[in-house]
Design a protein around this ligand. Structure first.
Ligand code: HEC
Length: 142
């Protein structure tokens, strides 16, 4: 219900602003992505993306986010357990994967975090996420 009315508001606002179809789709992904982020990610990375102390790295203003888009996309499905450095600080807690999360969900979450906290202004397409997931599945099978 809430989602539907959000879309309606967005659609009207978009028409009023004469946005292109691509921009409207980006906004839809962004809104959906925000809702999914709050369900799947915010309990660790926090709603504002600030992370939690030494446990969970920040996503907002993260240099790692900007440099590692493919592995960020893969980690939403498969998790990750490397030692990583985010803004000069080392993290080595494992991030759990989510076998249920669909490529479109990942595309929407990716659009949200990279538009909100990265420097992107376009959507991440579901087809691209599918391709990236296949690539990392193949790597993992090796
Ligand atoms: C149970 C807690 C937890 C959940 C839930 C979780 N993460 Fe993570 N995330 C982590 C941890 C811990 C790391 C560091 C992993 C490492 O050290 O390799 C991490 C790393 C990351 C990174 C790379 C480092 C950075 O901050 O830029 C990104 C981006 C990220 N997570 C995004 C997400 C997204 C998007 C979701 C939801 C789909 C999510 N995470 C869900 C705990 C979590």
């Amino acid at each position: 219900m809430l989602k539907k009315s959000l879309f309606a508001v967005l659609a009207i606002a978009s028409l009023a602003a004469c946005q292109s179809e691509q921009e409207i789709k980006r906004d839809q992904y962004f809104v959906e992505g925000m809702a999914l982020y709050n369900v799947h990610c915010a309990n660790c990375h926090q709603t504002d993306g600030a992370g939690l102390k030494a446990l969970y790295p920040p996503i907002a203003k993260s240099d790692y986010l900007l440099k590692n888009k493919e592995s960020v996309i893969c980690s939403m499905r498969y998790g990750q357990a490397d030692t990583i450095v985010v803004n000069g600080r080392t993290y080595h807690q494992p991030m759990p994967g989510n076998a249920q999360i669909q490529p479109m969900d990942i595309a929407e979450i990716t659009t949200y975090i990279y538009n909100k906290w990265g420097n992107e202004k376009t959507l991440t397409a579901t087809a691209d996420v599918k391709r990236i997931l296949e690539r990392c599945a193949a790597k993992r099978a090796r």
